[in-house]
Design a protein around this ligand. Structure first.
Ligand code: PRT
Ligand code: MG
Length: 213
């Protein structure tokens, strides 16, 4: 019986560097070197499995709409996307970091309304609402560390790993919003229709994640 075709959307950038070795350990290997190619779609060592490599923030969109059957995305991106249009069956435990608030070192946070700069405006809005804190959220596309220095914001919400980027800019981490790692996501329709193809992939990846612990 021939296999139904299956498409997996991978986040490019730093998540991809961690994803490819994990997929290799799970027995899924691209037919050519993804990082040396300008192509966006890749065959693999399994005739029915294709990989597409796209912007991290686009992965949930492709999976929710069923254009890709499954995908790999950072929990930060999934929290910001904020949809229940897919399942999240596996924590891949790669590209780990923390989503945190940060401010100028030693700066007091204002009592009333605070200004918060982030590229994650949706999750930031929800976080401060849950905390019962009045916040004006300012959307930035990068270089969030600059915002407190320039007086644009009191706080930022950003990804922290070693803390070196904050430190180099005179900032300090304040509150942990969530620990972050990359997750396997599976479209709801795909999980029903292609369960026979998808479950073994989840199992193989899960075994690879466990072997690394
Ligand atoms: O274009 P943009 O930079 O917005 O995103 P991207 O598409 O280039 O994604 P990419 O390749 O930067 O990867 C982002 C994803 O990797 C995030 O969604 C996280 O899930 C994950 N990840 C893991 C990280 C980090 N670690 C990380 N350290 N994403 C970003 N950083 C950045 C952070 O933004 C900050 O500038 O690294 C800096 C902090 O690192 P430290 O070590 O100095 O604290
Ligand atoms: Mg980047």
């Amino acid at each position: 019986m021939s296999e139904q075709p299956l498409t997996i959307a991978l986040s490019k950038g730093r998540i991809l560097d961690d994803t490819l070795p994990l997929f290799a350990e799970a027995g899924i290997v691209p037919a050519e070197d993804i990082k040396k190619s300008r192509k966006l779609i890749f065959d693999t060592n399994h005739a029915h499995i294709k990989l597409v490599v796209i912007r991290a923030t686009d992965v949930p969109t492709y999976v929710e709409y069923g254009a890709a059957d499954m995908g790999v995305a950072g929990k930060d991106v999934l929290m910001e996307y904020n949809s229940n249009g897919f399942y999240e069956p596996l924590d891949l435990n790669i590209a780990t970091c923390r989503l945190m608030t940060a401010a100028l070192k030693g700066a007091k946070e204002p009592e009333g309304r605070i200004k918060v700069a982030s590229k994650f405006v949706g999750l930031t809005k929800r976080y401060f609402a849950e905390q019962g804190r009045q916040a004006d959220i300012i959307k930035l596309y990068g270089g969030m560390e600059l915002a407190p220095i320039m007086g644009l914001a009191d706080l930022i919400v950003d990804i922290v790993d070693t803390g070196n980027t904050l430190k180099a800019n005179g900032l300090e981490a304040r509150d942990l919003i969530a620990p972050i790692s990359s997750r396997l996501v599976v479209g709801k329709a795909a999980m029903k229709i292609k369960h026979r193809q998808i479950q073994p992939i989840i199992d193989k990846l899960s075994e690879a994640v466990e072997r690394r612990r």
